[in-house]
Structures are given as structure tokens and as C-alpha cells.
Design a protein around this ligand. Structure first.
Ligand code: NAP
Length: 295
């Protein structure tokens, strides 16, 4: 039960064991002295996930839950349960935020804007001058890759998607129908044949805690040239692939900046307040430094 006037928000998905979202959002509530709490609502993706999704949607309609983040495997599935969505969600076909407005559940996607904002600060903090012709390689074709591809196309990049499941990559390309978007197979030879690449984005969970085995192919791809490297993986804080890219003289970053920015944008949708990004970032940094997931 929530206390009177308490804002209850949370995260649906599965598994949620390693989620850092409660830490980020609860630190924001406490920094701004908002009477709010962020909870995890795991919904197992076997047996009856539909029932679980319906239950949280009903809780939103009744006011027991005021807002939700959505993570895998429900970013697409959730769209069957909502009343409306933003143009970005329509384009990407996936949502990571739900809010209740004027009696309707509306879906938003803050992954895309979170990625773009952090990509800009990554480039500017490294003094990286963007070339006229901008070509990016995106590894993976799941929910996060869709948001990344959408964002890069929006700012005029040429994008090549490589995924181990070629049907998934083709589906992603078909969704955006852009002459700037294509796919290649996930082999080092196919990637070498592309020519110069300015940016590589890892949108797969490869290297994400608690998995520590990174396929050799990923090492080869990331260090095959001098492209800037952006890893969506945020735990370990400095992923194996980020470490490798830096050793190879490339500029590289992990996904914490995006994680904080997508959370900040979600927080602003639910509360109407400017998110305390510094406090959110500090909470996560100090947690990662102390815990084994930062290793
Ligand atoms: P997803 O929908 O499950 O997609 C994952 C993609 O990676 C799929 O294309 C999958 O291919 C591929 N993949 C998985 N393991 C692979 C491997 N060993 N080799 C090659 N490809 C592999 O997951 P998602 O939601 O897109 O998330 C991807 C990663 O981004 C996760 O680690 C997530 O935590 C991270 N993420 C970070 C942020 C942030 O704010 N920093 C935001 C969103 C997501 P198959 O279908 O063949 O498995």
C-alpha cells in the first residue's frame, strides 16, 4: 500500500536482480525531498506474463502505481496494453516509460534521448570533432539497438547494424526504411569490408555483469580501427571492451551516462520536476565503486 500522497513508481521486466534503477530514482526522491518510492516489479517471462502485465497496468489505472519503467523482455510487448504513445515510441516500436495522464496510460521512450544526450557529451568532453561523413556500426539488434539506430539516423549518421540473428537485423532495418541504414553479417571480414567507421556502439549485453566472457570477435571488432567506442554496458563501470578500446588509443565510454539520462527523463515525466542528475550520478558511482559490479 502507498502512503497518502506518496508517489509510487517502479520497473517491470525480468530478471531485475541487478537493476540500478531503484538506487538512482530513490536518491533523486530523497535529494528533492519528494515523498516517493521506486520499486521493482519482476514479471517472469514464462508462464503468464500477460497476467502480470495486466496486473501492473490495472495498478496504474487505479493509482496504486503512478509510473513505470519497462525493461526487457517487455519493451515491445507493453505496447499492447497502453492507450497512447509518443511519436518516438511509434517510430522505434518500443517503450521504456509509462505514465498516466488524463485517464490514459501513455508510453514514452527515453532511451533514445538518453543515448543522444550522452553521446554528445561523450564527444564534446573528448574534444572529438565530428567528421562530415559520419558512419556508425551498431552491434546488436534488440530493443536498445532500435533506440540507438533511431537516434543516430535522426542526427544524420549512416548506420550499419550487425547482429548474430540476421533476421532481427533485417527487421530493424525494415522498421526505419532509411537509405542511410543497412546490415552486414557479424563477421570480422564483413565488418572490415565496410571501410572507415567513426563510431562503434555495443548494444548487446556482451560484457555486462555478471557475465564476464567477451567473445574474441567483439574484441577484434572494437579494436579493428580508431573509431570512437560507446558501450551501452554500464556494469562493470569501465567495461572490458571500453578498457580495450582505450588501450588501443580510441576514445571510449560505458553506458552510465545514458542510464542516468534516461532515468532523469523518466523522473521528469513522472514528477514534473527537474531531475537532480548530479545526485543521481553520485549515488550510482559510489555504489559501483563499493560493490563487486564495478570491477
Ligand atoms: P535485447 O533486446 O535482449 O537485445 C540484445 C541484443 O544483443 C540482441 O540482438 C541479441 O541477439 C544480442 N546479443 C546478446 N548476446 C549476444 C552475444 N553473445 N553475441 C552477439 N549478440 C548478442 O537487450 P537490450 O534491451 O537491447 O539491451 C542490450 C544491452 O544494453 C543490455 O546489456 C542492457 O543492459 C544495455 N542497455 C543499457 C542502457 C543504458 O542506459 N546504458 C539502456 C538500455 C539497454 P540474440 O537475439 O541473438 O540474443
Amino acid at each position: 500500500m502507498n502512503e497518502p500522497n506518496e508517489l509510487t513508481v517502479g520497473l517491470i521486466g525480468y530478471p531485475l536482480k541487478y537493476s540500478l534503477s531503484p538506487l538512482i530514482h530513490n536518491s533523486a526522491f530523497s535529494f528533492l525531498q519528494i515523498n516517493g518510492k521506486y520499486e521493482l516489479f519482476p514479471i517472469r517471462n514464462f508462464l503468464d506474463s500477460q497476467k502480470g502485465l495486466r496486473r501492473v497496468i490495472n495498478a496504474m489505472r487505479s493509482g496504486t502505481i503512478n509510473g513505470l519503467n519497462v525493461t526487457k523482455p517487455y519493451k515491445k510487448e507493453i505496447l499492447k496494453f497502453i492507450d497512447g504513445c509518443s511519436p518516438t515510441v511509434k517510430m522505434i516500436g518500443a517503450a521504456n516509460v509509462l505514465h498516466f495522464r488524463d485517464g490514459r496510460i501513455i508510453a514514452e521512450n527515453t532511451d533514445a534521448a538518453g543515448f543522444l544526450t550522452d553521446l554528445h557529451s561523450f564527444f564534446s568532453s573528448n574534444g572529438y570533432a565530428l567528421p562530415m561523413e559520419r558512419r556508425a556500426l551498431v552491434l546488436g539488434a534488440g530493443g536498445a539497438a532500435q533506440a540507438v539506430v533511431f537516434s543516430l539516423l535522426k542526427i544524420g549518421w549512416q548506420v550499419i547494424v550487425v547482429a548474430r540473428n540476421s533476421n532481427q537485423a533485417i527487421e530493424l532495418c525494415n522498421r526505419f526504411r532509411s537509405t542511410q541504414l543497412s546490415t552486414r553479417s557479424l563477421t570480422i571480414n564483413a565488418i572490415r569490408s565496410i571501410g572507415s567507421i567513426n563510431l562503434i556502439v555495443n548494444a548487446t549485453p556482451v560484457g555486462m555483469y555478471p557475465r564476464s566472457v567477451v567473445p574474441r570477435l567483439f574484441y577484434e571488432i572494437v579494436s579493428s580501427g580508431q573509431a570512437a567506442f560507446y558501450d551501452l554496458v554500464y556494469a562493470p563501470y569501465e567495461s572490458y571492451l571500453v578498457q580495450l578500446a582505450k588501450q588501443n588509443g580510441q576514445i571510449a565510454t560505458g553506458g552510465i551516462g545514458m542510464l542516468v539520462e534516461q532515468a532523469a527523463l523518466s523522473f521528469e515525466i513522472w514528477t514534473g520536476r527537474t531531475a537532480p542528475r548530479e545526485a543521481m550520478r553520485k549515488a550510482i558511482n559510489s555504489y559501483i565503486e563499493k560493490s563487486s559490479i564495478g570491477e
